[in-house]
Design a protein around this ligand. Structure first.
Ligand SMILES: C[S@@+](CC[C@H](N)C(=O)[O-])C[C@H]1O[C@@H](n2cnc3c(N)ncnc32)[C@H](O)[C@@H]1O
Length: 285
């Protein structure tokens, strides 16, 4: 009974609270899906011993460091190396041969990838390992850039260090765990030649319609759209579309699909692996 009274009271306070978080910290969660936001806010209320959103707003004024703790809780950083193995298998089968042949035919050496919500770096390093495995001795023939961005400063710091617990690496095929990691203290460190392909930086996918990178060959945007409301998903995907070269490839998470604004502008190469292609010279597919 009491819980319902608080929930109703909080429902009215949710908008001003998210507005306050945006004004106070620059983190804009106003168009994130409400279910996740509410569940995560409950955790912060519990952790701070505060009973209502109104009281939590006062708590934020008195403890500005709480903004960062809330942002950390609202960003879910679950990831893994080769998280969806089928997707990586299909990128290797459908995207890489075509892309590398296209570059070779045009006498171009650059391959540019973007891991758009890279969490602790697992996805970006998986892309680098996938490229190293696919290219083999041809790897030095190409200039590879893998941009990896996220809004979690803590996750980016860990990504940059590239050191992982045994549980993160042990389940990988031995060709990967032994070939691309070295033992480091209690864990494993990503090999130096893999690390040097990846550059990490802060970027908020929802903050602008102008992409930070242009002419990208392949963008991974996995398991972040699911946290956003539909209109914000559309805005992010429109920005990513601008960022892609043509041909250029977009890879989404297992349960994510392009929003309707991109329908007809992307060709689906594999609906299960969620691989799409922006085609050269026109939008009709
Ligand atoms: C569940 S993880 C996904 C990690 C990886 N892409 C994967 O599929 O395993 C979601 C990531 O999205 C990041 N994120 C959330 N909102 C973001 C935004 N607006 N811009 C960039 N990254 C964001 C979180 O910090 C978190 O690291």
């Amino acid at each position: 009974m009491m819980r319902n009274a608080i929930a109703e009271h909080d429902a009215i306070a949710l908008e001003p609270l998210l507005e306050k978080v945006y004004r106070g910290s620059g983190h804009d969660f106003r168009q994130y899906k409400r279910g996740t936001v509410i569940r995560r806010l409950e955790r912060r209320l519990h952790a701070t011993g505060v009973k209502t959103y109104w009281a939590y707003m006062k708590f934020l004024d008195a403890h500005p460091k709480e903004y960062q703790k809330l942002a950390d809780d609202l960003t879910i950083k679950v990831s893994g190396f080769f998280r969806n193995p089928y997707t990586f298998q299909q990128v290797t089968r459908l995207v890489l041969p075509e892309l590398v042949a296209y570059k070779r035919n045009r006498g171009e050496r650059s391959l540019r990838f973007w891991s758009t919500a890279c969490a602790r770096g697992e996805e970006a390093y998986s892309i680098a390992i996938m490229l190293a495995q696919f290219l083999g001795h041809r790897l030095p023939d190409l200039d590879i850039s893998i941009y990896a961005t996220d809004i979690s400063h803590q996750a980016l710091k860990e990504a940059w260090a590239g050191v992982y617990a045994p549980k993160d690496v042990d389940g990988l095929p031995s060709a990967i765990s032994e070939g691309y990691f070295t033992s480091s203290g209690e864990g494993y460190e990503v090999a130096a030649d893999i690390k040097q392909m990846v550059s990490f930086s802060y970027f908020d996918l929802t903050s602008t319609t102008e992409p930070p990178f242009l002419n990208l060959d392949c963008i991974f945007c996995c398991n972040v759209l699911i946290y956003l409301q539909r209109t914000l998903q559309e805005k992010v995907l429109e920005m990513l579309y601008k960022s892609l070269a043509a041909p250029g490839y977009l890879v989404l998470g297992e349960v994510e699909t392009p929003t309707s604004n991109l329908r007809g502008r992307l060709e689906c190469l594999d609906s299960k692996a969620k691989i799409y292609r922006k085609n050269e010279g026109g939008n009709d597919v």
